[in-house]
Design a binder for this molecule. Sequence first.
Ligand code: SF4
Length: 106
Amino acid sequence: MVLLPLDPNRALAAARRPLPDVCSRCGRCCFEKEYGPNSTVAYGDTPCEYLDPKTLLCTVYADRHACKQGCRSLTLEVIAEGWLPAECTYYTYFSPALPDLRNCFC
Ligand code: SF4
């Protein structure tokens, strides 16, 4: 398994308390998944049966792990594993800071 690099300061801060809520409520992580080699994850077009298509929220959130096999809680490990869909805002939040290019004249 290849782990994604996370911003060390934000990852350290998040490890001490609940993750910050930067979720955009897109619902994409609640779509079907296929697992490939090296634990890679590909997202399909079929939503979980418990995803409300209007609100894009889980309808059984409190019991989601009992209701749906394979449903995972959001943790730093889940983010670092690349388990979430590519468009997930948690990747943006935990990505290492991009270099400041404003003073780059190359
Ligand atoms: S994919 Fe990421 S941003 Fe979208 S609902 Fe899931 S956790 Fe939130």
